[in-house]
Design a protein around this ligand. Structure first.
Ligand code: PLP
Length: 412
């Protein structure tokens, strides 16, 4: 498959130069700036090629061997491969690989286990809970009665005593563990124990760490949670999409909760691309990548701390670093804007110790590009200098351009 063809969008250029320019501009942006958004990564050329492959044309409502459409015998093979590879990779009895996104996976998990109005205990949004963990702007907050636990203001760690007390008081039907910005490993055994004590289901939303789990650098929630929800596009380096893992006894409920309850036809190109990504994630090369992701995050966290930023929890176990730039004289939102002008692309996030916003950084994408400790230290120094006002963003932009050019995400 001509990967260059997919990346360059030759067919698009011939037919629609206006849109082709947009695709090219985004390719240029991604390869000339630093992608430190913790939820992003660069798919391999093989995953990208599978995404732009003929299964994209196929309607396939249902599951392999039991479809509502004819002509599914070939895409069935792709889905079977994806499911087999996911169950083997994560040691799960069952995998549903059709969820369109991480949010769809969580929606399906709730649909499988809960009824509207049920009480659910999850990390509060202010502490790094996801929209699907009870935001009033999301279906979760409207249809369920969410109670939020928090993290300790000083340590930044999940407040286990509070989790236990809230569970005893509110007797939730489900407890959710998972976060968009928690830099440490969650104690799944603890959550299982509390869930068992109050008779709740345990749902692990492992959207962020699932790739680290695949690479053997983070503990797996699979032995503890009734249902594990995940995304396939973060550290895992697959296509944008979702996945659900569970035991055999919940398999049918989970599958029905995805289709036909919350989704229609599966996106078979995405399912095929997930199969490719799971295949890649099972290799020693991916395990080595996952180790480098964490090593880079630790180096970045230490270098940011040395530059004077407050690093939440004092470091990281994962791909994710949360830092407060306040000691450099800027709040998170201002910092994000200034850094964007320098080509350092990252997110803001809540801080446990302050109402102001902090910065969330991730090392999945830059590690895929081949960057290591030297580059992480350089990036931390440049970032701090921009925030202190020592380096103009436009000047830093040139340094970033040079660094990014030395580590192209895709071969030219
Ligand atoms: C913990 C958590 N859950 C769910 C999601 C939702 O994933 P998606 O954006 O694919 O819907 C995310 C996305 O970052 C997440 O971090």
């Amino acid at each position: 498959m001509a990967v260059g063809h997919v990346l360059e969008g030759d067919a698009v250029r011939r037919q629609d130069p206006e849109l082709a320019d947009v695709l090219l501009a985004e390719r240029e942006r991604q390869s000339s700036t630093l992608q430190l958004i913790a939820a992003e990564n660069f798919m391999s050329p093989a995953v990208l090629a599978a995404l732009a492959s003929p299964p994209a044309n196929k309607y396939a409502e249902g599951y392999p061997g039991n479809r509502y459409h004819g002509g599914c015998e070939v895409v069935d093979l792709a889905e079977r491969l994806a499911v087999e590879r996911a169950t083997a990779l994560f040691g799960a009895e069952h995998a549903n690989v059709q969820a369109h996104s991480g949010s769809s996976a969580v929606l399906a998990a709730y649909a499988a286990l809960l009824r509207p109005g049920d009480t659910v205990l999850a990390l509060g949004l202010h502490y790094g809970g996801h929209l699907t963990h009870g935001s009033p702007a999301n279906f979760s907050g409207r249809w369920f009665d969410f109670v939020g636990y928090g993290v300790d203001a000083e340590s930044g760690l999940v407040d286990h005593d509070q989790v236990r007390a809230l569970a005893r008081n509110h007797r939730p039907k489900a407890i959710v563990c998972g976060s968009i910005a928690y830099p440490r490993h969650l104690d799944h055994a603890f959550f299982r124990e509390v869930a068992d004590e109050v008779g709740a289901y345990l749902i692990a939303d492992a959207a962020h760490p699932i790739g680290l789990v695949a690479g053997g650098v983070a503990p797996s929630p699979v032995p503890y949670a009734d249902i594990v929800c995940a995304t396939t596009h973060k550290v895992l380096r697959g296509p944008r999409g979702g996945m659900i893992l569970c035991g055999a006894e919940l398999a049918e409920r989970v599958d029905r909760a995805v289709f036909p309850f919350t989704q229609g036809g599966a996106q078979m190109n995405a399912v095929a691309a997930k199969a490719v990504a799971f295949g890649e994630a099972a290799t020693p090369a991916f395990a080595a990548y996952a180790h480098r992701v964490v090593a880079n995050a630790r180096t970045l966290a230490a270098a940011l701390a040395a530059e004077g930023l407050i690093v939440v929890t004092g470091g990281t176990d994962t791909h994710l670093v949360v830092a407060d730039p306040a000691p450099l004289g800027v709040d998170g939102r201002t910092a994000r804007g200034r850094l964007a002008a320098a080509g350092i692309v990252l997110d803001c996030c809540a801080l446990p110790h302050d109402d102001d916003r902090g910065l969330r950084l991730g090392t999945a994408a830059v590690t895929t590009q081949g960057m290591g400790a030297r580059e992480m230290t350089f990036v931390a120094g440049l970032l701090a200098s921009v925030l202190r006002g020592g380096t103009e963003p436009a000047r830093a932009r040139e340094d970033v351009r040079e660094l990014a050019a030395a580590f192209p995400p895709y071969p030219r």
